[in-house]
Design a protein around this ligand. Structure first.
Ligand SMILES: [Zn+2]
Length: 249
């Protein structure tokens, strides 16, 4: 069976002397692993189109047990992500997150659109890293079926207080009156940070990346979203550890 689709290369490894095994987030079949035969030959068009971060038009043969990339044409290389180690590390984390939660053998156009937008902003350097990171984390988890309930206090329905308490393990909010009864270790979110966290989950996609917060607020937002990812998925990410090893915090 043949599949014509577009996709973003999330990972690659060499196989033998000239072949390559890539993990790709495709629009129509989600995350899949596919062989690119002779991709490392210098004149092969597949060389650039199957390297990490490349967004490509793909022609894929789907066998019984393996996918084979027949043809690959680069649409956008995102090569500039490599110019800055922090940008590179964050892009790799986004890829690892997508590999973890994006669907397999099912359409993943929303995941792809989210990553492509994030990569564009990351490459241009026009948005703070600690804005891009929580947006990608919260929206990707929401796409994957882990949407938190950030509408109001889970006990009494109160919409806003200063602060509201966020429970990363439950994906819920509580107001200052109800939080003491719930126990646990919630994170106190001032109104601006709560508004931004709600935005990452509920905003229309066209406006998703369009908000601002002072730097301290962005760090609080990023801390909340990261706790939510780690609690919800109950796993760590090597690329995230690497990113924090670089980032001045
Ligand atoms: Zn309450």
């Amino acid at each position: 069976m043949h599949l014509e689709t577009d996709g973003l290369i999330l990972g690659e490894q060499s196989v033998g002397e000239s072949d390559r095994l890539v993990t790709v987030l495709t629009r129509d079949e989600g995350v899949l692993r596919a062989f690119a035969r002779q991709a490392k030959r210098v004149k092969s068009a597949k060389l650039s189109a199957t390297q990490l971060f490349c967004y490509s038009r793909l022609s894929i043969y789907k066998g019984r047990e393996t996918y084979i990339i027949d043809d690959a044409r680069p649409i956008e290389l995102f090569f500039d992500l490599r110019r800055d180690l922090e940008h590179l590390a964050l892009a790799q984390y986004f890829c690892e997150l997508a590999r973890s939660v994006a669907p397999q053998e099912a359409p993943a156009g929303d995941f792809l659109r989210l990553l492509l937008n994030a990569f564009h902003f990351l490459q241009k350097g026009t948005k703070p890293l600690f804005l891009l990171k929580p947006v990608v984390e919260m929206r990707m988890l929401s796409f994957a079926g882990y949407m938190p309930n950030l509408v109001a206090c889970c006990e009494c329905g109160r919409y806003l207080a200063d602060p509201m308490y966020f429970y990363p393990a439950r994906g819920e909010l509580a107001c200052p009156d109800c939080a003491p009864r719930l126990g646990g270790a919630p994170m106190a979110l001032p109104p601006g940070v709560l508004t931004a966290l709600r935005h990452t989950v509920y905003a229309d996609f066209e406006k998703l990346f369009s908000f601002t917060l002072p730097e301290a607020g962005l760090h609080a937002l990023a801390a909340a979203s990261e706790r939510y990812v780690l609690c919800t998925l109950d796993r760590g990410f090597q690329t995230l550890t690497f990113f924090h090893g670089l980032a001045p915090r």
